[in-house]
Design a protein around this ligand. Sequence first.
Ligand SMILES: [Ca+2]
Ligand SMILES: [Ca+2]
Ligand SMILES: [Ca+2]
Ligand SMILES: [Ca+2]
Length: 451
Amino acid sequence: MKGNSLALLILLSFLTSCGKVIGEKNSAPRTPDQVGIIASCTSKSEAQAIAQEFGVQYRVINEKRKLIEFIGLTQSELETLLPKSKFRSNKIYNDVLISGDFKSKSVANYEFYGAHPPTYRNESSGRYFPHLEQIKALQNKFLGEGITIAIIDTGVYYNHPHLSPNILLNGLDKHGSNADNQDSDNNGFIDDYVGWDFYNGDAYPIDDNGHGTHVAGLAASTYMGIAPKAKILPVKVLSSDGRGDLGTIAAGIFYAIDRGADIINLSLGGTAGSQVSAELQTLINATRTAKSNNTLLVAAAGNGGNDGIGDCNDNLPVYPANIQEENLISVASVDAYNQITEYSNFGGATVHIAAPGGDVYTGGLYSVGIPSCFGPCSQDDIPYRSSMGTSMSTPIVAGLAAVIKSANKTTSPKKIRDIILKTGTKIPQLEGLLVSPSVINVQMALKELLL
Ligand SMILES: [Ca+2]
Ligand SMILES: [Ca+2]
Ligand SMILES: [Ca+2]
Ligand SMILES: [Ca+2]
């Protein structure tokens, strides 16, 4: 969530002139206060009737899951129109914000230009990723082959040379110049070749912020990913300035489940006011649907709220991290010395384990960035950036989950969580702060799995 950049704001000189724009947006970009109200368990015909009678707009977010968004209706109006059980608030909560130096960008819907030849990290590659050594991730046996990690975030810059070989492609739907404006695989989303953008309502979940790209890289880039051969499913649910809401996040989770995600990374979160119980229930339902589909959720514990000083999630729940289901892991951040970072939330009952997240003293984590030039002109443009936060720790754990599942495809989400929690490197100073007072250890997790 936090993204204090130690690195060089290489992205500030963004150019809009290079590359061609492909694809029309289904709806104009919305500012957070224009976001509509999401109703679940609502059929298209019900939605149509309401929209006609009251002269408002609606859009189907997920037909199979009966998630409909109404635009132009207030919360109370919708409550009177639909049974209470169907009403879902879609209010924006400020603390769902991703803070830090990730900056909003105006980014066009570039198509996927195809996979670059994969470049894997090696000893002579000249870049150093100390967090990989810290968690004993430098192994070459199980690299996430055959496993899909959905990145539910600000989008993913899927044309990055270190990400493009790992983007999960839809075998039936195509976008860009091959789009046919048909939902060819009948999953409710037209031409969703590389994923879906729930924020703008289009088939181009390109990252207009940088956060989701950095997160994707830590999990599964060919170069610094924990699982460098796992597939990445980009799902955009946050705006270019990192705002979102629990209802749209739930819609993103349902989509990822339907696309066959094994692991869902949620480097986002916020505290839910008492009035969001219905919306939160949708998110809990999505988590349970994931469980019945053998999908693991990995969620950031949070970065301490407005003051940036870590809070206790046992007292002040952060969602989705605090959803109590066996297929969800909540992740805290440690620095390079395995000590909890100043910003990291914690909770001896609700935050499960820690992973490196960087801090201002020991440095941020390097991963991939969005380029200053989008499109085919950037074939040789390989941007990196450094960031810190529980957002960074989370995909590291998601990557480990992919490594474990690639070693044994039948491992259940609960079993994956049990192994990760059991095999972490125990750190005395984390005692009482986390369910498992430890930092993940890839080597020991694999050893335990393969016993
Ligand atoms: Ca199609
Ligand atoms: Ca489709
Ligand atoms: Ca888009
Ligand atoms: Ca705080």
